[in-house]
Unconditional design. Structure first.
Length: 212
């Protein structure tokens, strides 16, 4: 199974606005390119905060007969509201992966709207997630963050590819995350460089593909 991060970042490397959300900074071309990546994937992993803050639409809109990837949502604590696009507009019933700590809460709130897979642990280990997705037969999985989730999968050495769109804005405010965010650095980050395998310019944006 191949796992690919897909994120857009500003010229100063930020992936969220000062209000903690991401909207309005990507072009029509970027949305189309995202749909290309999604149409090549069978599942798409989303973080809890991204769903709460951004309420993303994961259904492909650029091509009429594309197969939509299945949303996979990781929630360690608590739950998320049911009135999010991911529950209302997906072709597939989302897969929610939770822990033994929040299973009861997740069942109460999402039982009829998602397939629920509870891990027998208090944390969601990314390797367990890729194991579950492999067993379900998924071959190309897109990880659409946010930065906390991206960090967890990178720290587990589970990411094969990174798609980055550079958008032509500079935010400047300190403390806003880049594509991966945690209190510690990735171990041996300076010994693990990524290979640039593709770069395309469209309008004022650059679309980069890096691989291991
Ligand atoms: N620029 C872009 O392309 C782009 C794309 C996506 C998102 N974003 C931005 O990113 C922001 C959110 O980023 P974020 O980093 O705060 O949140 P996130 O990565 O979306 O979600 C993190 C949350 O997911 C849960 N989680 C479950 N398993 C986890 C694991 N193994 N590792 C880490 N977290 C796990 C945790 O919540 P619990 O412990 O509470 O369950 C954690 O706080 C959004 O507001 C959005 O604006 C930008």
């Amino acid at each position: 199974m191949k796992l690919s991060i897909n994120m857009a970042m500003t010229l100063d490397g930020k992936v969220v606005r000062p209000d903690g959300r991401w909207y309005g900074l990507t072009s029509k071309e970027d949305k189309q390119q995202m749909d290309v990546y999604r149409s090549q994937s069978d599942a798409i992993i989303l973080g809890k905060n991204s769903i709460i803050n951004d309420n993303p639409i994961v259904k492909i809109r650029a091509f009429s007969n594309a197969l939509n990837p299945r949303p996979v949502i990781l929630i360690r604590k608590g739950t998320i509201p049911i009135d999010k696009h991911v529950f209302e507009e997906s072709d597939h019933i989302p897969l929610v992966i939770c822990t033994k700590t929040n299973l009861k809460e997740i069942k109460t709130s999402l039982e009829n709207r998602a397939e629920i897979f509870a891990l027998d642990a208090d944390d969601i280990e990314p390797k367990k997630v890729t194991g579950i997705l492999k067993r379900k037969g998924y071959q190309n999985v897109l990880l659409e963050g946010g930065p906390k989730l991206n960090f967890s999968f990178l720290a587990g050495d589970l990411v094969d590819r990174i798609y980055i769109t550079v958008v032509p804005y500079i935010i400047g405010k300190n403390g806003l995350p880049g594509i991966a965010n945690h209190t510690e650095e990735l171990p041996e980050f300076d010994k693990n460089s990524w290979k640039l395998v593709n770069s395309v310019t469209k309008g004022n944006e650059i679309f980069l593909t890096y691989e291991k």
